[in-house]
Design a protein around this ligand. Structure first.
Ligand code: ZN
Length: 304
């Protein structure tokens, strides 16, 4: 009896798997099932997809994509998805394995296609591409265009809606980019210096005229620890270059940054939103709010 029951259960679950495999994706008559890998890309996708998509974001607000460890729920989300929107440029190191093991057949869309990658400059990742494109708003413009085209292709019936949503959002982003340029002008060039825990502001610095003096972590990917010699060199650079302040991040432990600041005699400014949005209701809850908050905080800290 028990063996018979077990066999039936196995058969049932196989049938269920077979049925779900044939009805997915996208759900007929339902919304396009989309997965975004992390919160920043998730917000861009939400702005384009609006109410025509069901969006799942794997790495949520305040969480670190570099050190993310996927769960079975994440594999399930990939299986149910028609489209997976990823940053690329080596940011989601865990995604290839997760995608393969999930047996998902979703279309993968790399939103940074068409963006000229910057090279990670320091440590053991030298020569690798820097994935942190989103801190330059003109890169977000390109990402939104890629998202628009991908959603329209996956769901042609709603292409006009995706186009209209993207047009409206692109106008906002172009205004945001101009706002950043206008705002950073207040800071004298000699004081436009950034020190953070990890190397996240390269594209921001290149577009808006800042210098990245150094980072606490020696590489673009988190997890590696700096040597005592590297920390001493950073403290020396902060002093020598007259860096007015250093910036903590919402996704990083700031213990070493605090140590650098204490030894260099400069203030630590609490946290910028770097590799993740903030929670709902926070000043970093959307991409646009994140940029405005970061720029306002940086400008206020670096003003004479
Ligand atoms: Zn990062």
């Amino acid at each position: 009896m028990r063996r018979y029951l077990c066999a039936s259960l196995v058969l049932l679950s196989l049938l269920a798997a077979a049925c779900s495999a044939t009805t997915l994706p996208p759900t007929p008559g339902g919304n396009l099932q989309a997965v975004a890998t992390f919160s920043v890309v998730g917000d861009l996708v939400r702005n384009v997809g609006g109410d025509k998509i069901e969006l799942t974001t794997l790495v949520g607000p305040g969480r670190d994509t570099h050190t993310f460890e996927p769960s079975p729920a994440d594999a399930k989300a990939l299986v149910e998805a028609a489209v997976i929107v990823e940053n690329g440029l080596g940011f989601e190191t865990w995604l290839d394995d997760l995608y393969a093991s999930s047996t998902s057949t979703a279309k993968r869309v790399v939103v940074t296609d068409g963006i000229k990658p910057r090279l990670a400059s320091e440590g053991d990742k030298a020569g690798a591409t820097d994935p942190h494109v989103w801190h330059s708003v003109d890169n977000a413009v390109q990402m939104v265009k890629n998202i628009r085209d991908a959603l329209a292709k996956a769901d042609p019936a709603n292409a006009a809606t995706y186009q209209a949503n993207a047009d409206a959002y692109l106008t906002q982003l172009q205004e945001l980019d101009a706002w950043v340029f206008a705002h950073v002008k207040a800071v004298p060039e000699a004081r436009r210096k950034l020190v953070t825990t990890h190397d996240t502001f390269g594209y921001f610095a290149a577009r808006y005229g800042f210098a990245v003096v150094g980072t606490v972590l020696p590489s673009s990917t988190e997890g590696a620890s700096p040597s005592a010699k590297e920390l001493a060199a950073l403290i020396e650079a902060v002093k020598a270059q007259g860096v007015p302040a250093v910036f903590a991040e919402n996704v990083s432990s700031n213990a070493l940054l605090n140590q650098v600041a204490a030894e260099a005699g400069v203030k630590v400014v609490a946290s910028l939103y770097t590799d993740a949005l903030g929670p709902s209701g926070s000043e970093g809850e959307t991409y646009e709010k994140m940029v405005r908050y970061n720029v306002t905080t940086i400008v206020n800290a670096l003003l004479p």
